[in-house]
Ligand binder design. Structure first.
Ligand code: XMP
Length: 533
C-alpha cells in the first residue's frame, strides 16, 4: 500500500484516487504524523502532496524525516518536491511569478519514472509531456545525488530524481486529468518503482471487510439508520452480509421522500435481501413541527432534530444494540480530519447530528476507507440494483428544502409527482451530446439522467393563471433543476434538449392536477446554489 502525506492541497484526494485506480490501496494522512507511525505503517512507497503553503515561509510544514530513511521510494509532488529538496540539502527560491496552467515539460535523463512516457516527441527527439502546473516557488538547486528529470523554460528543475535512493519529485501535478500522462506516471511509480501489485479489487475487499466487521462486533447487535441513499444502503448490505440478523435497520419516513422511495427501500432490503428493517412512518410528527415554519435553516434544524428524536426512541427499544452503524465514507473522514486540529485523531463524521453521543453506542463505519465510486462498485458487487447505487444525491431534509417556504403535505404530494415525471423522462432520453469538458468523470453516460449530476423539481408556492380547455386555471408552479458538476462546490446548469423539456412540461401539466406552469432554472453555482433553499 501507498502512504500519502497531505500538506493541505485541494487535490490530495485525487492522488489517492489515482493510486487506487491503478489497483493499489492508498490512504491519506496529515503530514505531521509521527516518525513511529511512518515506520510501522508498512508503506511500499510514500507520496508527498502539494500545498497552499510556501516552503520559504517561517514555520512551513516538513515531511517527517523518517520518510527519507524508510528505504522505500518517495514521490514529491509540487510542494512535496520543494520540501523534499530542502530537507535533503537542495535550495528552493521564491518564483517572482506564479505559474498556473498548462505547460510542456521536456523529459530528461531517461529516468525510470518518465522514460518513454510522453505526449509527443520533438524534431530533435526530446520526449515532451503536457502537464498542469500551479506553483509560486521552485527548486533552484537539486540536493546532492539528484539528477534532472524534466524542465520547462520557466522552471528549469521541473522534475528531479535520485534513482539510487528511489526519490522522485515533480513540480507539476500528475494527479489531475489535465496532465494527460498523469495516470501513466502514477502507475509507473506504484507498480514498477514501488513494486505494488494491482490487487485492490472489490471481491477481495468484501471478504476482508466482512471478516473485519465480524471480528469487531462479535455477537453484539447493531443498528443503522437507513435513508435510502447510496452510503447507508451499501453499509447496510455489507454489514448484513457479515452478521445477518444481528443488524437492524431503522428507516424513518419523514413524509418528505421522493415518490415510492419508502416502498423501494422496504422492497429491496426487507423483501429481496432479507434485512431486518423497522419502517417508521413519522410524517405526521414532521409535518406538525414544520407547520408555519418558512425559514430554510429553521426547517433543516427541525427535520434534523425530529430525525434524532424518532431514531433515538427506536434505538431505546432496540435495547440489545451495542453498535451504531453509519455510512461514513472516506472523503467525509478526510474532510473532518482537515477541519480539526492536525494530528491523528480523525473525528467521526455524523450524517445525522448528535446520535452517537447521546445513545452511548460504539460506532461501526465500514465504508470509512472508500471513495464514492468505490462505494458504488461495492454496492453493485453486493447485489444492490445498479439504478439504486448510481442514484443522484438527495439531501437529508429531502423535499423539505425543495418546497419553498412552508412545507405542507399537499405541496409535497404535487412535488413528488412532478419530480417523478422529470426523472423518468431523463432516464428515458438517450444522451447523444458530447460531454462537457471537465465534468466527464468516468464512463460515457447513456441517458440524460446519467449525464446530469443532480436533477429534481422544486415547488414554488405561488399561483399563476393558465387556460385548460375552456376554463381559466389558477395553480402552482414547479421549477426544474438539472446540473452537471464534479464536486458539487461549483456546478453548471445542464443544457437539456428542448424536446425533453417540452415533454416533461406537457406531462407535468397534463398529469398533475394543481400545477399549470413549469419553468427551467438556468442559473450556475455560484452565484446560485444547487438547491433552492
Ligand atoms: P447546494 O444547494 O449547497 O447543494 O449547492 C450542494 C449539494 O448539497 C446538497 N444539500 C444538502 N444535503 N442536507 C444534505 O444532506 C442539506 O441540508 C443539504 N442542502 C444541500 C445538495 O442536494 C447538493 O447535492
Amino acid at each position: 500500500k501507498i502512504l500519502i502525506l497531505d500538506f493541505g492541497s485541494q487535490v490530495t484526494q485525487l492522488i489517492a484516487r489515482r493510486v487506487r485506480d491503478a489497483g493499489v490501496f492508498s490512504e491519506v494522512f496529515p503530514y505531521d504524523v509521527s516518525d513511529d507511525f511512518i515506520r510501522s505503517y508498512g508503506a511500499a512507497g510514500v507520496i508527498l502532496s502539494g500545498s497552499h503553503n510556501s516552503t520559504l515561509e517561517g514555520e512551513s510544514p516538513r515531511a517527517p524525516q523518517a520518510v527519507f530513511e524508510l528505504g522505500v521510494p518517495v514521490l514529491g509532488i509540487c510542494y512535496g518536491m520543494q520540501t523534499m529538496a530542502m530537507q535533503l540539502g537542495g535550495k528552493v527560491e521564491n518564483g517572482k511569478v506564479r505559474e498556473f496552467g498548462y505547460a510542456e515539460v521536456r523529459a530528461r535523463g531517461h529516468t525510470r519514472l518518465l522514460n518513454e512516457i510522453n505526449d509527443f516527441v520533438t524534431s530533435e527527439g526530446h520526449g515532451m509531456l503536457k502537464v498542469w502546473m500551479s506553483h509560486g516557488d521552485k527548486v533552484l538547486e537539486m540536493p546532492p545525488g539528484f539528477k534532472l528529470m524534466g524542465s520547462t523554460p520557466s522552471c528549469p528543475v521541473a522534475a528531479m530524481a535520485d534513482e539510487e535512493r528511489g526519490f522522485y519529485a515533480l513540480q507539476f501535478h500528475p494527479e489531475v486529468t489535465h496532465t494527460t500522462q498523469g495516470e501513466a506516471i502514477i502507475g509507473r511509480f506504484v507498480h514498477e518503482i514501488c513494486g505494488c501489485k494491482s490487487d485492490w479489487n472489490m471481491p477481495d475487499y468484501i471478504s476482508e471487510a466482512v471478516e473485519k466487521i465480524r471480528a469487531q462486533v462479535g455477537s453484539d447487535e447493531v443498528i443503522l439508520g437507513l435513508s435510502g441513499g447510496v452510503d447507508s444502503s451499501v453499509a447496510a448490505a455489507l454489514i448484513h452480509r457479515a452478521i445477518g440478523d444481528q443488524l437492524t435497520c431503522v428507516f424513518v419516513d419523514h413524509g418528505l421522500l421522493r415518490k415510492d422511495e419508502g416502498k423501494m427501500v422496504m422492497d429491496m432490503f426487507s423483501k429481496n435481501l432479507g434485512v431486518k428493517v423497522v419502517n417508521i412512518d413519522a410524517s405526521e410528527q414532521f409535518m406538525g413541527h414544520l407547520a408555519g415554519v418558512t425559514d430554510p435553516e429553521q426547517k433543516r434544524k427541525i427535520i434534523g432534530r425530529e430525525f434524532v428524536e424518532v431514531f433515538q426512541e427506536q434505538a431505546k427499544k432496540q435495547s440489545k444494540a451495542r453498535w451504531l452503524a453509519q455510512g461514513t465514507i472516506y472523503p467525509d473522514v478526510i474532510e473532518s480530519a482537515g477541519k480539526g486540529k492536525k494530528g491523528q485523531t480523525i473525528k467521526s463524521h455524523h450524517n445525522v447530528g448528535g446520535l452517537p453521543e447521546t445513545l452511548n453506542l460504539k460506532l461501526l463505519e465500514p465504508l470509512r476507507e472508500l471513495f464514492k465510486d468505490e462505494v458504488r462498485k461495492l454496492g453493485v458487487a453486493l447485489g444492490l440494483p445498479h439504478d439504486m447505487v448510481y442514484r443522484h444525491p438527495f439531501p437529508g431534509p429531502g423535499l423539505g428544502v425543495r418546497i419553498l417556504g412552508e412545507v405542507k403535505r399537499e405541496y409535497a404530494d404535487l412535488l413528488r409527482e412532478a419530480d417523478a415525471i422529470f426523472i423518468e423522462e431523463l432516464r428515458k432520453t438517450p444522451f447523444e451530446a458530447p460531454m462537457v469538458p471537465g465534468i466527464d468523470a468516468g464512463k460515457a453516460p447513456v441517458n440524460w439522467y446519467e449525464a446530469t449530476s443532480q436533477a429534481f423539481a422544486v415547488f414554488l408556492p405561488v399561483k399563476s393563471v393558465g387556460v385548460m380547455g375552456d376554463g381559466r386555471t389558477y395553480e402552482y408552479v414547479v421549477a426544474l433543476r438539472a446540473v452537471q458538476t464534479l464536486d458539487f462546490m461549483t456546478a453548471q446548469w445542464a443544457h437539456l434538449p428542448h424536446s425533453l423539456l417540452g415533454t416533461v412540461s406537457n406531462r407535468i401539466i397534463n398529469e398533475v392536477r394543481g400545477l399549470n406552469r413549469v419553468v427551467y432554472d438556468i442559473s450556475g453555482k455560484p452565484p446560485a446554489t444547487i438547491e433552492w433553499e
